[in-house]
Design a protein around this ligand. Sequence first.
Ligand code: HEC
Ligand code: HEC
Length: 465
Amino acid sequence: MPLRGKSRLRQNALAAFLHAIPLALVLATPSTASGQQRAATPSGIAPNAAACHDPAGWNIACLRARYSGPAAGWPAPTIDAGVQWHEWAPVPPVADPPMQWTAANPGQAELAADVARPPVVALGQMLFFDTRLSRKGQISCASCHQPQRAFTDGLPLAVGEDKLMGRRRSTPLYAAPFAPRLFWDGRAASLKEQVMGPLHDPREMNHDAAGAVARLRETDIYPARFLDAFGGATAASSPATGSASSTVAPASSAAGSTASASASASASASASASASAAMIPTAQAPAASTTASAIDADRLARALAAYVASLRPEKTRFDEFLAGRADALDDNELLGLHLFRTQARCMNCHNGPLLTDHQFHNIGLSFYGRRNQDLGRYEATRDPADLGRFRTPSLRNVAQAGPWMHNGLFPDLRGLLRMYNAGMGRDAPPADPPDPYAPRKSEHIKPLDLSPAEIDALLAFLKTL
Ligand code: HEC
Ligand code: HEC
Protein backbone atom coordinates (compact mmCIF):
# COMPACT_ATOMS: atom_id res chain seq x y z
CA MET A 1 0.00 0.00 0.00
CA PRO A 2 2.68 2.41 -0.73
CA LEU A 3 1.76 5.81 0.54
CA ARG A 4 3.29 7.71 -2.30
CA GLY A 5 6.10 10.02 -1.42
CA LYS A 6 6.93 8.21 1.80
CA SER A 7 8.96 5.28 0.59
CA ARG A 8 12.14 6.35 2.26
CA LEU A 9 10.60 6.80 5.63
CA ARG A 10 11.75 4.49 8.36
CA GLN A 11 10.20 3.52 11.61
CA ASN A 12 13.29 4.70 13.46
CA ALA A 13 12.70 8.11 12.00
CA LEU A 14 9.09 8.29 12.91
CA ALA A 15 9.22 11.81 14.22
CA ALA A 16 10.49 13.06 10.90
CA PHE A 17 7.90 10.89 9.24
CA LEU A 18 5.10 12.50 11.14
CA HIS A 19 6.27 15.99 10.34
CA ALA A 20 6.37 15.08 6.69
CA ILE A 21 2.83 13.90 6.53
CA PRO A 22 0.78 16.97 5.74
CA LEU A 23 3.06 17.79 2.83
CA ALA A 24 3.19 14.18 1.71
CA LEU A 25 -0.56 14.04 1.69
CA VAL A 26 -0.84 17.09 -0.45
CA LEU A 27 1.73 15.70 -2.86
CA ALA A 28 0.08 12.31 -2.81
CA THR A 29 -3.41 13.27 -3.76
CA PRO A 30 -3.64 15.33 -6.94
CA SER A 31 -4.90 12.61 -9.23
CA THR A 32 -7.56 11.18 -6.96
CA ALA A 33 -8.61 14.12 -4.90
CA SER A 34 -9.28 16.90 -7.31
CA GLY A 35 -12.14 17.69 -4.98
CA GLN A 36 -9.64 19.28 -2.67
CA GLN A 37 -9.21 22.16 -5.06
CA ARG A 38 -12.92 22.60 -5.54
CA ALA A 39 -15.11 25.00 -3.71
CA ALA A 40 -17.66 23.64 -1.31
CA THR A 41 -20.10 22.55 -3.97
CA PRO A 42 -19.66 18.88 -4.72
CA SER A 43 -20.79 17.29 -7.92
CA GLY A 44 -21.24 13.69 -8.83
CA ILE A 45 -22.06 12.61 -5.30
CA ALA A 46 -23.89 9.40 -4.55
CA PRO A 47 -27.65 9.70 -4.99
CA ASN A 48 -28.72 9.32 -1.37
CA ALA A 49 -26.09 11.79 -0.27
CA ALA A 50 -27.63 14.29 -2.62
CA ALA A 51 -30.63 14.69 -0.36
CA CYS A 52 -30.60 18.22 0.98
CA HIS A 53 -28.03 19.28 -1.59
CA ASP A 54 -28.75 21.64 -4.46
CA PRO A 55 -26.62 23.74 -6.81
CA ALA A 56 -26.23 26.38 -4.13
CA GLY A 57 -24.67 23.87 -1.75
CA TRP A 58 -25.90 22.05 1.31
CA ASN A 59 -29.32 22.99 2.60
CA ILE A 60 -28.86 22.85 6.36
CA ALA A 61 -32.51 23.45 7.15
CA CYS A 62 -33.32 20.37 5.08
CA LEU A 63 -30.68 18.34 6.94
CA ARG A 64 -32.04 19.56 10.28
CA ALA A 65 -35.49 18.39 9.28
CA ARG A 66 -34.30 14.99 8.14
CA TYR A 67 -32.26 14.33 11.28
CA SER A 68 -34.77 15.76 13.72
CA GLY A 69 -36.34 12.57 15.07
CA PRO A 70 -34.96 9.25 16.29
CA ALA A 71 -32.28 7.53 14.23
CA ALA A 72 -34.79 5.11 12.73
CA GLY A 73 -36.20 7.97 10.68
CA TRP A 74 -32.89 9.41 9.46
CA PRO A 75 -31.78 9.21 5.82
CA ALA A 76 -30.43 5.74 4.98
CA PRO A 77 -26.63 5.55 5.32
CA THR A 78 -24.48 4.60 2.34
CA ILE A 79 -23.64 0.96 3.01
CA ASP A 80 -22.05 -1.41 0.50
CA ALA A 81 -23.79 -4.64 -0.47
CA GLY A 82 -23.18 -7.47 1.98
CA VAL A 83 -22.11 -5.28 4.91
CA GLN A 84 -23.78 -6.11 8.23
CA TRP A 85 -24.18 -2.84 10.05
CA HIS A 86 -25.83 -1.55 13.19
CA GLU A 87 -27.34 1.86 13.81
CA TRP A 88 -25.57 4.17 16.25
CA ALA A 89 -26.94 3.97 19.77
CA PRO A 90 -26.00 4.92 23.33
CA VAL A 91 -23.13 2.87 24.76
CA PRO A 92 -24.68 0.18 27.01
CA PRO A 93 -24.17 1.06 30.68
CA VAL A 94 -22.05 -1.10 32.97
CA ALA A 95 -25.16 -2.48 34.63
CA ASP A 96 -26.36 -3.83 31.30
CA PRO A 97 -23.62 -6.19 30.13
CA PRO A 98 -23.11 -6.78 26.44
CA MET A 99 -24.38 -9.97 24.86
CA GLN A 100 -21.04 -11.68 24.74
CA TRP A 101 -20.84 -11.59 28.54
CA THR A 102 -23.83 -13.82 29.00
CA ALA A 103 -23.87 -17.44 30.14
CA ALA A 104 -23.43 -18.61 26.55
CA ASN A 105 -19.76 -17.86 27.13
CA PRO A 106 -18.69 -19.42 30.44
CA GLY A 107 -15.51 -17.39 30.91
CA GLN A 108 -17.39 -14.20 30.34
CA ALA A 109 -20.05 -15.06 32.92
CA GLU A 110 -17.32 -14.76 35.54
CA LEU A 111 -16.37 -11.39 34.07
CA ALA A 112 -19.96 -10.19 34.09
CA ALA A 113 -20.26 -11.13 37.77
CA ASP A 114 -16.93 -9.47 38.63
CA VAL A 115 -17.85 -6.25 36.85
CA ALA A 116 -21.01 -6.01 38.92
CA ARG A 117 -19.02 -6.11 42.17
CA PRO A 118 -17.62 -2.71 43.17
CA PRO A 119 -14.78 -4.11 45.36
CA VAL A 120 -13.43 -6.10 42.39
CA VAL A 121 -13.60 -3.16 40.01
CA ALA A 122 -12.09 -0.79 42.57
CA LEU A 123 -9.26 -3.25 43.14
CA GLY A 124 -8.73 -3.51 39.40
CA GLN A 125 -8.59 0.27 39.17
CA MET A 126 -5.93 0.44 41.91
CA LEU A 127 -3.87 -2.19 40.14
CA PHE A 128 -4.28 -0.44 36.79
CA PHE A 129 -2.63 2.68 38.19
CA ASP A 130 0.04 0.86 40.24
CA THR A 131 3.62 0.85 38.95
CA ARG A 132 4.43 -2.08 41.23
CA LEU A 133 3.10 -4.36 38.52
CA SER A 134 6.12 -3.61 36.34
CA ARG A 135 9.43 -5.27 37.15
CA LYS A 136 11.32 -2.13 38.09
CA GLY A 137 8.30 -0.18 39.23
CA GLN A 138 8.64 2.32 36.38
CA ILE A 139 5.27 2.07 34.67
CA SER A 140 1.66 1.08 35.25
CA CYS A 141 -1.07 0.13 32.80
CA ALA A 142 -2.15 3.76 33.00
CA SER A 143 1.23 4.97 31.73
CA CYS A 144 0.13 3.74 28.31
CA HIS A 145 -3.64 3.91 28.84
CA GLN A 146 -4.36 7.37 30.25
CA PRO A 147 -8.00 8.12 31.07
CA GLN A 148 -7.88 11.68 29.74
CA ARG A 149 -6.60 10.45 26.36
CA ALA A 150 -9.31 7.85 25.74
CA PHE A 151 -6.93 5.39 27.46
CA THR A 152 -4.11 5.86 24.97
CA ASP A 153 -0.82 7.64 25.68
CA GLY A 154 -0.34 10.29 23.02
CA LEU A 155 2.57 8.43 21.45
CA PRO A 156 2.76 6.87 17.98
CA LEU A 157 4.24 3.68 19.43
CA ALA A 158 3.95 2.53 23.03
CA VAL A 159 7.03 2.88 25.23
CA GLY A 160 7.51 0.31 27.98
CA GLU A 161 9.83 -0.21 30.93
CA ASP A 162 13.41 0.97 30.37
CA LYS A 163 12.10 2.97 27.39
CA LEU A 164 11.80 -0.08 25.16
CA MET A 165 9.54 0.79 22.27
CA GLY A 166 6.73 -1.46 21.11
CA ARG A 167 5.66 -1.76 17.49
CA ARG A 168 2.07 -0.53 17.84
CA ARG A 169 0.20 2.32 19.40
CA SER A 170 -1.60 1.82 22.71
CA THR A 171 -5.18 0.96 21.90
CA PRO A 172 -8.01 3.12 23.16
CA LEU A 173 -9.87 0.87 25.61
CA TYR A 174 -13.53 1.83 25.10
CA ALA A 175 -14.24 -0.94 22.62
CA ALA A 176 -12.56 -3.57 24.79
CA PRO A 177 -15.63 -4.44 26.92
CA PHE A 178 -17.61 -5.16 23.77
CA ALA A 179 -15.12 -6.65 21.35
CA PRO A 180 -15.26 -10.34 20.49
CA ARG A 181 -11.48 -10.26 19.97
CA LEU A 182 -8.87 -7.91 21.43
CA PHE A 183 -5.75 -6.12 20.22
CA TRP A 184 -5.27 -4.50 16.84
CA ASP A 185 -4.85 -7.97 15.36
CA GLY A 186 -7.46 -9.78 17.47
CA ARG A 187 -5.00 -12.27 18.93
CA ALA A 188 -6.71 -12.39 22.35
CA ALA A 189 -10.21 -13.75 22.77
CA SER A 190 -11.09 -12.32 26.17
CA LEU A 191 -10.07 -9.54 28.51
CA LYS A 192 -8.82 -12.01 31.06
CA GLU A 193 -6.73 -13.74 28.43
CA GLN A 194 -5.40 -10.35 27.43
CA VAL A 195 -4.38 -8.87 30.81
CA MET A 196 -1.26 -10.87 31.51
CA GLY A 197 0.06 -9.93 28.06
CA PRO A 198 1.31 -6.45 28.98
CA LEU A 199 2.56 -7.70 32.33
CA HIS A 200 4.87 -10.23 30.65
CA ASP A 201 5.82 -8.28 27.55
CA PRO A 202 9.46 -7.19 27.85
CA ARG A 203 8.54 -4.09 25.83
CA GLU A 204 5.75 -3.25 28.23
CA MET A 205 5.84 -4.09 31.95
CA ASN A 206 8.60 -6.68 31.67
CA HIS A 207 7.43 -8.69 34.67
CA ASP A 208 5.96 -12.13 35.40
CA ALA A 209 2.81 -13.07 37.24
CA ALA A 210 4.55 -14.80 40.15
CA GLY A 211 6.80 -11.80 40.70
CA ALA A 212 3.90 -9.37 40.61
CA VAL A 213 1.84 -11.54 42.96
CA ALA A 214 4.73 -11.87 45.43
CA ARG A 215 5.19 -8.13 45.45
CA LEU A 216 1.48 -7.45 46.02
CA ARG A 217 1.44 -9.94 48.89
CA GLU A 218 4.16 -7.95 50.65
CA THR A 219 2.22 -4.70 50.57
CA ASP A 220 0.15 -3.38 53.43
CA ILE A 221 -2.88 -2.67 51.35
CA TYR A 222 -3.46 -5.40 48.75
CA PRO A 223 -3.99 -8.54 50.89
CA ALA A 224 -7.02 -6.98 52.55
CA ARG A 225 -8.30 -5.60 49.22
CA PHE A 226 -8.10 -9.00 47.52
CA LEU A 227 -9.75 -10.62 50.50
CA ASP A 228 -12.53 -8.08 50.37
CA ALA A 229 -12.97 -8.51 46.62
CA PHE A 230 -12.66 -12.28 46.24
CA GLY A 231 -12.90 -13.89 49.67
CA GLY A 232 -10.30 -16.06 51.38
CA ALA A 233 -7.46 -18.23 50.17
CA THR A 234 -7.42 -19.09 46.51
CA ALA A 235 -8.12 -22.63 45.40
CA ALA A 236 -4.46 -23.23 44.66
CA SER A 237 -3.25 -21.02 47.41
CA SER A 238 0.16 -21.45 48.84
CA PRO A 239 1.67 -19.26 51.51
CA ALA A 240 4.22 -17.62 49.32
CA THR A 241 5.15 -16.89 45.80
CA GLY A 242 5.46 -19.94 43.61
CA SER A 243 2.03 -21.35 42.96
CA ALA A 244 0.31 -18.31 41.67
CA SER A 245 1.37 -18.60 38.10
CA SER A 246 0.01 -22.12 37.84
CA THR A 247 -3.51 -20.88 38.32
CA VAL A 248 -3.34 -18.43 35.49
CA ALA A 249 -4.48 -18.97 32.04
CA PRO A 250 -2.44 -16.99 29.57
CA ALA A 251 -4.32 -14.04 30.69
CA SER A 252 -3.82 -10.47 30.11
CA SER A 253 -6.80 -8.44 30.71
CA ALA A 254 -6.97 -4.87 30.70
CA ALA A 255 -8.78 -3.30 33.37
CA GLY A 256 -9.50 0.22 33.45
CA SER A 257 -12.53 2.02 34.20
CA THR A 258 -13.65 5.29 35.25
CA ALA A 259 -15.66 5.28 38.36
CA SER A 260 -18.59 3.91 36.46
CA ALA A 261 -18.58 0.40 37.79
CA SER A 262 -19.72 1.35 41.21
CA ALA A 263 -22.95 2.54 39.70
CA SER A 264 -23.94 -0.96 38.77
CA ALA A 265 -27.49 -1.63 39.75
CA SER A 266 -26.91 -5.34 39.99
CA ALA A 267 -24.06 -5.02 42.44
CA SER A 268 -25.84 -6.44 45.41
CA ALA A 269 -27.21 -9.45 43.59
CA SER A 270 -23.86 -10.40 42.20
CA ALA A 271 -22.09 -9.71 45.43
CA SER A 272 -24.08 -12.39 47.15
CA ALA A 273 -23.47 -14.78 44.29
CA SER A 274 -19.78 -14.21 44.54
CA ALA A 275 -19.69 -14.65 48.27
CA SER A 276 -21.10 -18.10 47.94
CA ALA A 277 -18.71 -18.93 45.15
CA ALA A 278 -15.63 -18.08 47.16
CA MET A 279 -14.69 -20.66 49.73
CA ILE A 280 -13.95 -18.56 52.75
CA PRO A 281 -11.81 -20.61 55.10
CA THR A 282 -12.75 -20.75 58.71
CA ALA A 283 -10.62 -19.13 61.29
CA GLN A 284 -7.93 -21.64 62.12
CA ALA A 285 -5.29 -20.24 59.76
CA PRO A 286 -3.26 -17.25 60.92
CA ALA A 287 -4.96 -14.16 59.62
CA ALA A 288 -1.89 -12.74 57.90
CA SER A 289 -1.14 -15.71 55.69
CA THR A 290 -4.81 -16.17 54.87
CA THR A 291 -5.11 -12.63 53.61
CA ALA A 292 -1.82 -12.77 51.73
CA SER A 293 -2.86 -15.96 50.00
CA ALA A 294 -6.06 -14.29 48.83
CA ILE A 295 -3.80 -12.91 46.10
CA ASP A 296 -2.96 -14.97 43.07
CA ALA A 297 -2.40 -14.33 39.40
CA ASP A 298 -5.86 -15.47 38.36
CA ARG A 299 -7.48 -12.94 40.66
CA LEU A 300 -5.04 -10.27 39.56
CA ALA A 301 -6.15 -10.90 35.98
CA ARG A 302 -9.82 -10.96 36.98
CA ALA A 303 -9.62 -7.63 38.80
CA LEU A 304 -7.82 -5.91 35.92
CA ALA A 305 -10.27 -7.39 33.43
CA ALA A 306 -13.22 -6.22 35.49
CA TYR A 307 -11.86 -2.67 35.61
CA VAL A 308 -11.31 -2.56 31.85
CA ALA A 309 -14.74 -4.02 31.25
CA SER A 310 -16.27 -1.22 33.31
CA LEU A 311 -14.77 1.57 31.18
CA ARG A 312 -17.19 3.73 29.28
CA PRO A 313 -16.50 6.73 27.08
CA GLU A 314 -17.18 10.18 28.39
CA LYS A 315 -20.61 11.33 27.32
CA THR A 316 -20.52 14.07 24.71
CA ARG A 317 -22.81 16.25 22.61
CA PHE A 318 -23.05 13.34 20.19
CA ASP A 319 -24.87 11.39 22.91
CA GLU A 320 -27.20 14.33 23.44
CA PHE A 321 -27.92 14.39 19.73
CA LEU A 322 -28.64 10.65 19.73
CA ALA A 323 -30.97 11.23 22.65
CA GLY A 324 -33.00 13.58 20.48
CA ARG A 325 -31.59 17.03 21.33
CA ALA A 326 -31.40 18.31 17.76
CA ASP A 327 -29.58 21.52 18.74
CA ALA A 328 -26.72 19.59 20.39
CA LEU A 329 -24.81 19.75 17.08
CA ASP A 330 -24.17 22.97 15.19
CA ASP A 331 -24.72 23.23 11.43
CA ASN A 332 -21.21 22.23 10.45
CA GLU A 333 -21.18 19.25 12.81
CA LEU A 334 -24.56 18.11 11.52
CA LEU A 335 -23.27 18.26 7.95
CA GLY A 336 -20.26 16.23 9.10
CA LEU A 337 -22.57 13.64 10.60
CA HIS A 338 -24.51 13.40 7.35
CA LEU A 339 -21.34 13.05 5.29
CA PHE A 340 -19.95 10.42 7.67
CA ARG A 341 -23.07 8.35 7.11
CA THR A 342 -23.33 8.92 3.37
CA GLN A 343 -20.80 10.27 0.91
CA ALA A 344 -17.76 9.59 3.14
CA ARG A 345 -18.81 5.94 3.53
CA CYS A 346 -17.51 5.74 7.12
CA MET A 347 -20.64 3.89 8.32
CA ASN A 348 -19.52 0.78 6.44
CA CYS A 349 -17.15 0.09 9.32
CA HIS A 350 -17.63 2.71 12.06
CA ASN A 351 -21.20 1.77 13.00
CA GLY A 352 -22.99 0.51 16.12
CA PRO A 353 -22.89 2.09 19.61
CA LEU A 354 -19.07 2.30 19.72
CA LEU A 355 -18.70 3.38 16.07
CA THR A 356 -16.88 0.17 15.28
CA ASP A 357 -18.01 -3.07 13.70
CA HIS A 358 -15.31 -4.90 15.77
CA GLN A 359 -14.18 -6.45 12.46
CA PHE A 360 -10.80 -6.45 10.70
CA HIS A 361 -10.13 -4.48 7.53
CA ASN A 362 -7.14 -3.55 5.43
CA ILE A 363 -7.39 0.18 4.88
CA GLY A 364 -3.93 0.27 3.35
CA LEU A 365 -1.52 0.90 6.23
CA SER A 366 0.49 -2.34 6.39
CA PHE A 367 3.73 -0.95 4.88
CA TYR A 368 4.20 -4.24 3.10
CA GLY A 369 7.81 -4.96 2.22
CA ARG A 370 9.17 -2.04 4.25
CA ARG A 371 11.04 -2.02 7.50
CA ASN A 372 7.96 -0.99 9.45
CA GLN A 373 5.73 -3.61 7.81
CA ASP A 374 2.87 -4.81 10.02
CA LEU A 375 0.56 -7.39 8.51
CA GLY A 376 -1.97 -7.11 11.35
CA ARG A 377 -4.53 -9.89 11.71
CA TYR A 378 -2.54 -12.10 9.33
CA GLU A 379 0.21 -12.31 11.95
CA ALA A 380 -2.27 -13.96 14.31
CA THR A 381 -4.08 -16.20 11.80
CA ARG A 382 -1.64 -16.73 8.87
CA ASP A 383 -4.70 -16.58 6.66
CA PRO A 384 -3.80 -14.65 3.47
CA ALA A 385 -7.27 -13.09 3.51
CA ASP A 386 -6.19 -11.29 6.70
CA LEU A 387 -3.08 -9.66 5.23
CA GLY A 388 -2.87 -6.06 6.40
CA ARG A 389 -6.15 -6.16 8.31
CA PHE A 390 -6.53 -4.32 11.61
CA ARG A 391 -9.43 -4.12 13.99
CA THR A 392 -11.67 -1.12 13.44
CA PRO A 393 -11.13 1.16 16.45
CA SER A 394 -13.98 2.82 18.30
CA LEU A 395 -14.32 6.49 17.42
CA ARG A 396 -15.84 7.41 20.80
CA ASN A 397 -13.82 10.32 22.28
CA VAL A 398 -11.57 9.95 19.22
CA ALA A 399 -10.32 13.53 19.26
CA GLN A 400 -8.45 12.81 22.51
CA ALA A 401 -6.89 9.58 21.26
CA GLY A 402 -4.22 10.71 18.80
CA PRO A 403 -1.88 10.14 17.14
CA TRP A 404 -4.16 7.84 15.21
CA MET A 405 -4.07 4.36 13.64
CA HIS A 406 -2.33 1.19 14.84
CA ASN A 407 1.04 2.79 14.22
CA GLY A 408 0.21 6.36 15.25
CA LEU A 409 0.82 7.41 11.66
CA PHE A 410 -1.41 10.49 11.70
CA PRO A 411 -0.63 13.29 14.15
CA ASP A 412 -3.74 15.22 13.15
CA LEU A 413 -7.23 14.24 12.18
CA ARG A 414 -7.42 16.54 9.18
CA GLY A 415 -4.49 14.75 7.57
CA LEU A 416 -6.18 11.44 8.32
CA LEU A 417 -9.40 12.62 6.69
CA ARG A 418 -7.53 13.86 3.62
CA MET A 419 -6.02 10.41 3.31
CA TYR A 420 -9.45 8.74 3.52
CA ASN A 421 -10.66 11.27 0.94
CA ALA A 422 -7.88 10.16 -1.40
CA GLY A 423 -8.89 6.51 -0.91
CA MET A 424 -5.86 5.89 1.33
CA GLY A 425 -2.62 4.54 -0.12
CA ARG A 426 -2.37 2.47 -3.27
CA ASP A 427 -1.94 -1.27 -3.29
CA ALA A 428 1.33 -2.56 -4.70
CA PRO A 429 1.04 -2.87 -8.48
CA PRO A 430 0.37 -6.41 -9.73
CA ALA A 431 3.64 -8.32 -9.86
CA ASP A 432 4.83 -10.94 -12.31
CA PRO A 433 4.77 -13.60 -11.00
CA PRO A 434 1.89 -12.52 -8.74
CA ASP A 435 2.80 -11.96 -5.09
CA PRO A 436 0.35 -13.97 -2.98
CA TYR A 437 1.35 -12.02 0.12
CA ALA A 438 0.71 -8.54 -1.21
CA PRO A 439 -2.06 -7.11 1.00
CA ARG A 440 -5.17 -5.91 -0.83
CA LYS A 441 -7.05 -2.88 0.38
CA SER A 442 -10.69 -3.26 1.47
CA GLU A 443 -13.20 -2.72 -1.30
CA HIS A 444 -15.01 -0.33 1.03
CA ILE A 445 -12.14 2.17 0.89
CA LYS A 446 -12.54 4.43 -2.16
CA PRO A 447 -11.78 8.02 -3.10
CA LEU A 448 -14.56 10.16 -1.65
CA ASP A 449 -14.53 13.42 -3.59
CA LEU A 450 -15.09 15.58 -0.54
CA SER A 451 -14.40 19.31 -0.77
CA PRO A 452 -12.15 21.03 1.80
CA ALA A 453 -15.25 22.49 3.44
CA GLU A 454 -16.77 19.03 3.68
CA ILE A 455 -13.58 17.68 5.24
CA ASP A 456 -13.85 20.50 7.77
CA ALA A 457 -17.40 19.43 8.55
CA LEU A 458 -16.35 15.80 9.01
CA LEU A 459 -13.56 16.95 11.31
CA ALA A 460 -15.98 19.05 13.35
CA PHE A 461 -18.24 16.02 13.66
CA LEU A 462 -15.40 13.72 14.80
CA LYS A 463 -14.70 16.21 17.58
CA THR A 464 -18.21 15.79 18.96
CA LEU A 465 -17.86 12.04 19.41
C1 HEC B 1 4.07 0.02 27.35
C2 HEC B 1 2.71 0.47 27.15
C3 HEC B 1 1.59 -0.43 27.66
C4 HEC B 1 1.39 -0.84 28.95
C5 HEC B 1 2.24 -0.61 30.16
C6 HEC B 1 0.12 -1.54 28.92
N1 HEC B 1 -0.40 -1.54 27.67
FE1 HEC B 1 -2.18 -2.25 27.12
N2 HEC B 1 -1.73 -1.97 25.20
C7 HEC B 1 -0.58 -1.40 24.73
C8 HEC B 1 -0.48 -1.57 23.30
C9 HEC B 1 0.66 -1.09 22.42
C10 HEC B 1 -1.64 -2.27 22.90
C11 HEC B 1 -1.98 -2.73 21.50
C12 HEC B 1 -1.09 -3.93 21.20
C13 HEC B 1 -1.50 -4.69 19.98
O1 HEC B 1 -2.64 -4.57 19.55
O2 HEC B 1 -0.67 -5.44 19.46
C14 HEC B 1 -2.41 -2.50 24.13
C15 HEC B 1 -3.63 -3.13 24.15
C16 HEC B 1 -4.36 -3.32 25.31
C17 HEC B 1 -5.70 -3.85 25.34
C18 HEC B 1 -6.54 -4.28 24.14
C19 HEC B 1 -7.67 -3.33 23.91
C20 HEC B 1 -8.47 -3.71 22.70
O3 HEC B 1 -9.59 -3.22 22.55
O4 HEC B 1 -7.98 -4.51 21.89
C21 HEC B 1 -6.09 -3.89 26.64
C22 HEC B 1 -7.41 -4.35 27.19
C23 HEC B 1 -4.95 -3.42 27.42
N3 HEC B 1 -3.94 -3.06 26.58
C24 HEC B 1 -4.91 -3.37 28.81
C25 HEC B 1 -3.74 -3.17 29.54
C26 HEC B 1 -3.60 -3.46 30.96
C27 HEC B 1 -4.65 -4.01 31.86
C28 HEC B 1 -2.34 -3.14 31.29
C29 HEC B 1 -1.65 -3.28 32.64
C30 HEC B 1 -1.58 -4.64 33.14
C31 HEC B 1 -1.71 -2.62 30.08
N4 HEC B 1 -2.59 -2.67 29.04
C32 HEC B 1 -0.43 -2.12 30.04
C33 HEC B 1 0.35 -0.74 25.49
C34 HEC B 1 0.48 -0.89 26.86
C1 HEC C 1 -13.29 -0.55 5.50
C2 HEC C 1 -13.63 -0.13 6.84
C3 HEC C 1 -13.44 1.34 7.20
C4 HEC C 1 -14.00 2.45 6.63
C5 HEC C 1 -14.93 2.52 5.44
C6 HEC C 1 -13.54 3.57 7.40
N1 HEC C 1 -12.71 3.15 8.40
FE1 HEC C 1 -11.79 4.31 9.77
N2 HEC C 1 -10.73 2.70 10.41
C7 HEC C 1 -10.88 1.42 9.97
C8 HEC C 1 -9.80 0.60 10.47
C9 HEC C 1 -9.61 -0.88 10.23
C10 HEC C 1 -8.97 1.46 11.22
C11 HEC C 1 -7.64 1.09 11.88
C12 HEC C 1 -6.61 0.92 10.77
C13 HEC C 1 -5.17 0.81 11.24
O1 HEC C 1 -4.86 1.21 12.37
O2 HEC C 1 -4.35 0.34 10.44
C14 HEC C 1 -9.61 2.77 11.18
C15 HEC C 1 -9.14 3.90 11.86
C16 HEC C 1 -9.79 5.12 11.89
C17 HEC C 1 -9.43 6.23 12.73
C18 HEC C 1 -8.30 6.24 13.75
C19 HEC C 1 -8.85 5.91 15.13
C20 HEC C 1 -7.76 5.64 16.11
O3 HEC C 1 -8.03 5.66 17.32
O4 HEC C 1 -6.62 5.40 15.69
C21 HEC C 1 -10.28 7.25 12.45
C22 HEC C 1 -10.30 8.63 13.08
C23 HEC C 1 -11.18 6.77 11.42
N3 HEC C 1 -10.86 5.47 11.11
C24 HEC C 1 -12.17 7.53 10.85
C25 HEC C 1 -12.86 7.14 9.70
C26 HEC C 1 -13.67 8.02 8.90
C27 HEC C 1 -13.91 9.49 9.23
C28 HEC C 1 -14.13 7.30 7.85
C29 HEC C 1 -14.92 7.78 6.67
C30 HEC C 1 -14.25 8.82 5.91
C31 HEC C 1 -13.62 5.94 8.01
N4 HEC C 1 -12.85 5.90 9.13
C32 HEC C 1 -13.88 4.89 7.15
C33 HEC C 1 -11.87 0.97 9.14
C34 HEC C 1 -12.62 1.79 8.31
